[in-house]
Write a protein that binds this ligand. Structure first.
Ligand SMILES: [Zn+2]
Ligand SMILES: [Zn+2]
Length: 335
C-alpha cells in the first residue's frame, strides 16, 4: 500500500484521497470538486445541501436523495470507483475505490441473503471502512428468514383472531422487506411508507403487493407504518378497534427495549450485520487497516485487533486527532 498517497478522515462525510482520486462518502454537502458517493437513502447518509448535482449512487438512492433535497441529482461515475451491493436496503451500495491502494467503504451493510435480497459480498481491500452499528459481542441475529417466518405466523394468527396488526419500522428498506414477507396479505402502507415503496418500484424495477392506506379498514388487516406515524391519525384510529402492534428492528434483540414504545411485540429483524458477521466480513476482505464507524466502533476495532490481528481503530479518533493537532498549532501561534 502506498501509505503516504492515502488519506482517510472524517470531515464532509468521510473524505478519501487515494493517489489521484479524491472522493467523499456520504457527504453532508455535495461538493463541487472530487467525487460524491452516497451509499444509501437513510437520512443520516443523505446530503442536506449541494453545490453540485452529481453523485455516484444507485438509481433508488439518487431518486430518494432528489426527493429529499427538492432538486434532481445526476448520476456520476468514475473508472476508479466500483459500486457493490451492500445488502442493507433497496439500492444500498458499498464503494471500492482504487487509486493505487484499494479502499472499501461499506456504508451500512448486511451480508446475509434474505427474502430474495442479496447480501453484501466481501471484496479484497488494503483499507476497509466498515460500519459497526452492532459491533459489540453478543449482538448476533438469528437467521433473518426465520424471524420473517415468526413475523408471518404472528400476523396470520392475529388476523385469524380478528385483530388488525400494525408493524412499525423504517419506511425505506425494512418496509419493503416486510412486503417480501407479507405481500400476499396485501398490507396497507401508511403515510411515507407508501411513497418510499413507490420510489423503489419506479427506480428499482420491482413490483410489490400492497394497498395504499386511506383510513382504517373494517376488516382485520395488516398495516405497515413508519416509526414516526405511531401517534398519527391512522394508528390512533386503529387503536380504537382490535389491534396488535409490533416494532421491527435489530434492537428488539434486547428484552425490555420496547416497553416504553407501547407495542405488543418486538421482532429483531435487522438490516445491519451482527457482531460475528462483521468480523467474518473483515477477515474475508483481508485489509491491512480497518476503520470502524458508528455504534460500537471501539468494541469492534478492539475485537478486530485481538481476534484477527489486523490494525483497527474507530474512525472518529481521526477527527479527534485532527482537532488536537489544530489546537496544538493554535497554542503554538500564541506562545
Ligand atoms: Zn441505513
Ligand atoms: Zn446508517
Amino acid at each position: 500500500m502506498e501509505g503516504d498517497a492515502l488519506s482517510i478522515r472524517p470531515g464532509n462525510g468521510i473524505e478519501l484521497v487515494s493517489g489521484e482520486v479524491t472522493c467523499r462518502f456520504d457527504p453532508h454537502k455535495l461538493a463541487g470538486e472530487g467525487l460524491n458517493c452516497i451509499s444509501h437513502a437513510h437520512s443520516d447518509h443523505l446530503p442536506r445541501s449541494m453545490e453540485s448535482d452529481r453523485a455516484i449512487a444507485s438509481r433508488v438512492t439518487l431518486r430518494c436523495a432528489s426527493e429529499r433535497l427538492g432538486r434532481r441529482l445526476v448520476e456520476d461515475e468514475s473508472p476508479h470507483v466500483r459500486m457493490l451491493d451492500s445488502g442493507h436496503i433497496r439500492g444500498s451500495r458499498m464503494f471500492l475505490v482504487d487509486g493505487g491502494a484499494k479502499v472499501l467503504y461499506t456504508g451500512d451493510m448486511c451480508p446475509e441473503d434474505r427474502f430474495g435480497m442479496k447480501g453484501a459480498r466481501p471484496a479484497k481491500a488494503d483499507a476497509l471502512i466498515i460500519e459497526s452499528t452492532y459491533g459489540q459481542r453478543g449482538w448476533d441475529f438469528p437467521p433473518r428468514e426465520e424471524i420473517g417466518r415468526v413475523i408471518r405466523d404472528w400476523a396470520e394468527d392475529s388476523l385469524a383472531q380478528g385483530f388488525s396488526v400494525a408493524l412499525f419500522t423504517y419506511p425505506l428498506g425494512k418496509s419493503q422487506l416486510l412486503l417480501d414477507i407479507l405481500g400476499d396479505l396485501e398490507p396497507y402502507l401508511v403515510d411515507n411508507v407508501l411513497c418510499s415503496t413507490q420510489w423503489v418500484e419506479e427506480e428499482g424495477g420491482e413490483e410489490f403487493r400492497y394497498r395504499p392506506c386511506q383510513g382504517c379498514s373494517s376488516a382485520p388487516s395488516v398495516y405497515i407504518c413508519s416509526t414516526g406515524s405511531m401517534k398519527g391519525a391512522t394508528v390512533q384510529g386503529l387503536r380504537k378497534g382490535k389491534l396488535r402492534t409490533a416494532y421491527v428492528s435489530g434492537w428488539a434483540l434486547r428484552r425490555g427495549f420496547f416497553n416504553h414504545m407501547r407495542v405488543d411485540e418486538g421482532f429483531p429483524l435487522s438490516d445491519h450485520a451482527g457482531h460475528d458477521e462483521l468480523l467474518e466480513f473483515v477477515r474475508a476482505c483481508g485489509p491491512s487497516i480497518v476503520y470502524t464507524n458508528h455504534g460500537f466502533d471501539e468494541d469492534l476495532a478492539s475485537d478486530i485487533r485481538m481476534r484477527l490481528g489486523i490494525e483497527a481503530r474507530p474512525l472518529k479518533e481521526l477527527k479527534e486527532e485532527g482537532r488536537r493537532k489544530r489546537t496544538q498549532r493554535k497554542l503554538m501561534e500564541y506562545h
